[in-house]
Design a protein. Structure first.
Length: 106
């Protein structure tokens, strides 16, 4: 029963991540909100990297990735993929926001 619930939860997370390709910016008058890197990472990365970004299966631990990679290097991995990670899981300003937040995780 626990395996079924875990499979359902992971499947739902992957489905929602794939469907969540819309822009996260909103307008208030003439201002555009800045994407929240932590929020986007927690929605887009947990399916593979784990709920605490601790790593699981073939996906490495990224909860301390800022101690190993620069923001630019992290953005390169997000945009171009690496190993089993496909390119473009997060794109544009959202990818930049995730890379910036992950670079602070040490």
């Amino acid at each position: 029963m626990k395996k079924a619930m875990l499979t359902l939860a992971i499947g739902s997370a992957i489905f929602l991540a794939a469907c969540g390709g819309g822009k996260t910016t909103s307008t208030e008058g003439s201002k555009t909100a800045t994407p929240n890197g932590e929020t986007i990472a927690m929605k887009s990365c947990i399916a593979c990297h784990g709920s605490e970004l601790q790593g699981q299966n073939n996906a490495p631990k990224i909860s301390d990735v800022g101690s190993r990679l620069t923001e630019k290097e992290i953005l390169d991995v997000i945009e171009n993929g690496k190993g089993t990670m496909p390119p473009g899981v997060v794109k544009g300003a959202d990818a930049e926001a995730v890379a910036k937040w992950l670079a602070t995780q040490k």
